[in-house]
Design a protein around this ligand. Structure first.
Ligand SMILES: Nc1ncnc2c1ncn2[C@@H]1O[C@H](COP(=O)(O)OP(=O)(O)O)[C@@H](O)[C@H]1O
Ligand SMILES: [Mg+2]
Length: 423
């Protein structure tokens, strides 16, 4: 007899392990919430042998958003027994087992549905069954619930309850990850939008950078024409053509840089000399700053090590910080100066952007990194939140600090051994 029980236990363990494996596979591969919960219900019914399983998920207002089920038979009045329950859920009518799970993080067990579940249309048919119901919760956020109709002896089994509880936790963790992944889409979209706004602000700089070599080309062409018309010194022609080539390459590289900067898509992290890219940004902002009477002081430590970064995202951050500093000083009396410096501090590269503007009142300091927070009439308020996120994605930090002279300092720290952390 002992042997039989052991075989039974082994068989059951095997079954449970198979279910855990299949559910685990689904949790890592399925990106669609509806397919995910339906797949889990199917596994529980087909592989674990539960009579039926259903999962309901809430939206952010705690209203039922998705429902999936498995194991219900078709009936004449309704397509399946579950359809009445589903209709109720849509109207936020919750059966007792759901109400119990929503009030407790423990697995709720039903031993005798006929006696315990008066409000449930399934109870009558389930007189010989038991049931388990559990919250799907991750870090205090309730994503929904899972209800299972199972053999009565299993409803009392602590191991079975633990399995169900762990599974519900794993489902919730997976839903949390899917939400984060979706919010990354939003983040990507905002990042592109912020880039476009930033580019709009520096068009004067871009035009200026292109106009310089362009007017060079114009002058060289005139010189060539003169040589041709007046049979001038033919030996100068080659050197003039070389200069035209150089100038047109310069224009090409500026256009390429703008294209790279505004290119949407997945960021490409590479070993980067940050000084080089920060300097590129200052070239784009130079004209705008000059027009606004702002002096830009650069103090780059040439010995900072390379770090693993996405150069165009770092450009975007620096552009945001310089633009903010410039906008803050627009109507501010007194000397207008931005100091941009890079240096090494321990195992970090520090980039600081300091201005001589009005600074930020203490009451606002905690909000400036919030998305859409702005004190300007026609601004998006996403610059600092996007910049903060970009630096976090580099394994670093972006912080505000008041300057002793009253202005604002934004300090970026990026560890140069960040490659391992980012992956
Ligand atoms: N250098 C600065 N000096 C003063 N205030 C600043 C500075 N940088 C940012 N701020 C404040 O932080 C807010 C949020 O900045 P940001 O996210 O770039 O959005 P936006 O520039 O669109 O307002 C600004 O509206 C401004 O009030
Ligand atoms: Mg801004």
């Amino acid at each position: 007899m002992g042997k039989n029980i052991r075989i039974e236990q082994i068989e059951r363990l095997n079954l449970v392990l198979n279910v855990i494996r299949d559910v685990g596979r689904l949790l890592v591969s399925e990106k669609d919430k509806k397919k995910l919960i339906k797949g889990i219900c199917d596994i529980l019914v087909e592989k674990r042998g539960y009579f039926n399983a259903w999962i309901g998920l809430f939206d952010f207002e705690q209203k039922i958003e998705l429902v999936a089920d498995s194991g219900f038979e078709s009936q004449s009045d309704f397509n399946s027994q579950f359809d009445m329950i589903r209709e109720g859920l849509k109207k936020q009518e919750f059966t007792r087992c759901i109400q119990e799970t929503l009030n407790s993080d423990k697995v709720f067990a039903v031993m005798d549905p006929v006696k315990e579940c008066h409000d449930c249309i399934l109870a009558e048919d389930y007189s010989d069954r038991g049931g388990l119901a559990v919250q799907v919760t991750h870090e205090g956020v309730n994503y929904g619930f899972m209800v299972l109709s199972i053999p009565r002896n299993l409803a009392m089994d602590e191991t079975e309850k633990t399995l169900i509880k762990e599974m519900a936790d794993d489902i919730a963790a997976c839903l949390y990850r899917l939400d984060i992944a979706n919010s990354n889409d939003v983040h990507g979209f905002l990042r592109v939008q912020d880039k476009m706004t930033s580019l709009g602000r520096v068009t004067a700089g871009i035009a200026h950078e292109i106009r310089n070599p362009l007017s060079g080309i114009y002058i060289y062409l005139k010189a060539l024409k003169k040589i041709y018309n007046h049979m001038g010194d033919i030996t100068r022609v080659v050197s003039i053509i070389d200069k035209i080539e150089l100038a047109s390459n310069k224009i090409e590289s500026i256009i390429q840089r703008v294209m790279d900067f505004s290119k949407p898509g997945q960021p490409q992290f590479v070993m980067t000399d940050l000084n080089h890219y920060i300097d590129d940004v200052t070239k784009l902002t130079a004209v705008t700053l000059r027009k606004n009477g702002i002096q830009l002081i650069k103090d780059f430590d040439p010995d900072i090590p390379e770090c693993y970064a996405e150069p165009h995202l770092i450009e975007q951050v620096i552009l945001n910080l310089i633009t903010n500093a410039s906008e803050a000083m627009e109507e501010f009396p007194g000397e207008k100066r931005i100091e941009l410096s890079t240096f090494r501090k321990g195992d970090c590269i520090v980039i600081s952007v300091r201005d001589t503007g009005p600074g930020i009142p203490v009451s606002r300091q905690s909000r400036i990194f919030d998305p859409f927070y702005t004190t300007k009439a026609n601004s998006s308020g996403i610059g600092l939140s996007i910049s903060h996120r970009i630096i976090i994605d580099h394994g670093g930090t972006l912080k505000f600090s008041p300057s002793r002279t009253g202005g604002a300092i934004f300090i970026i720290e990026i560890p140069f051994e960040n490659k391992k952390r980012i992956r």
